[in-house]
Design a protein around this ligand. Structure first.
Ligand code: 13P
Ligand code: SF4
Length: 299
């Protein structure tokens, strides 16, 4: 389907497409907005269309639905699910709340709606520090990602962080040895990494930040060669923005993000499809930490 027919189809059926930087390039190309988790959540509150496709993993669709209960929300593939989103339980949250007074549960958006419903604040990789800065409680239970939690904790020497043992299977497996090898193979290259990588890996890099942060850092850091330590779908936007720079990747593929297919998105727009649904009880509770994040990040 060419660009004109696609635009026509979206208009006729009142669809808008949001896409994460990790989905296939051809989906990023057909999307109306492409971004990191935070910018997509924010954008989702500003849309006029009745039907929203969130091309990404399931929790991203859930966030859109939590923020827009009256809209029809689709993800493209109902099995595209971030494994880390399931690496913490409601029981663990309850136990931690019982064990600590003066506790805030800070939930990375890569989590299920049910987990959000039991949390106090949401954050993303681009705003975790800003969100924790706004929290009065001394004890911070950071879920589900241990690495993002450990990577921001040194910014808060007066707080007591309790970490969970979740991790991203794509970022957590990157080792110090791999990064050192890449650095010696490309000694002039700057290294840019996502904060879902282990803290010891991030000690070796020139920049750590969200997918949008990495894209912006290519501009601000300057230079010609960049080792990119995040999911390889970001290559599409990197090449769009910086066609003359060299990017080196380390085979980091999120199988779930790659489940989303262009043909299926077209089919959903033409014929309809399975929608993201959340019980109103969970949705109302999950809305609170997400809304708090959006409020804190407005300032
Ligand atoms: P960003 O918030 O940086 O887009 O990251 C989302 C994600 O799933 C990283 O693995
Ligand atoms: Fe989840 Fe990791 Fe995939 Fe991001 S890259 S969606 S954290 S599995």
């Amino acid at each position: 389907m060419n660009f004109e027919s696609l635009t026509q189809l979206k208009k006729e059926k009142d669809f808008v497409i949001l896409a994460h930087y990790y989905v296939d390039g051809e989906i990023q190309e057909m999307a109306d907005y492409v971004g990191d988790s935070f910018s997509l959540a924010k954008k989702a509150t500003e849309l006029k269309e009745e039907n929203i496709i969130m091309a990404g993993v399931y929790f991203m669709g859930e966030s859109v639905k939590i923020l827009n209960p009256e809209k029809h929300v689709y993800v493209g593939d109902m099995d595209a699910d971030c494994p880390m989103a399931h690496m913490v339980t409601v029981e663990k949250i309850k136990e931690t709340r019982e064990a600590y007074d003066d506790l805030a549960v800070v939930c990375y958006v890569n989590s299920t709606a049910e987990i959000k419903a039991h949390s106090d604040y949401c954050c993303t990789s681009s705003n975790a520090t800003k969100v924790v800065q706004a929290i009065p409680e001394k004890n911070i239970f950071f879920i589900p990602d241990q690495n993002l939690g450990k990577n921001i904790a040194p910014n808060f020497p007066k707080k007591n962080f309790i970490f969970n043992d979740g991790y991203c299977p794509v970022h957590h497996v990157i080792t110090v040895e791999q990064v050192e090898k890449l650095k010696s193979a490309y000694p002039k290259a700057k290294v840019l990494a996502h904060p879902e990588c282990r803290p010891e890996v991030l000690e070796l890099v020139d920049y750590k930040g969200s997918t949008s942060g990495i894209l912006d850092a290519v501009e601000t850091l300057g230079g010609e060669e960049f080792i990119i330590l995040t999911e390889n779908g970001i290559e599409w936007e990197l090449r769009e923005r910086f066609p003359n720079k060299t990017f080196i990747f380390n085979e980091m593929i999120c199988e779930d993000m790659k489940k989303v297919k262009k043909e299926e998105l077209i089919r959903i727009m033409e014929e309809g499809g399975e929608e993201v649904e959340i019980s109103e009880e969970i949705r109302e509770k999950a809305y609170i930490p997400l809304k708090r994040m959006l409020e804190i990040c407005k300032k």
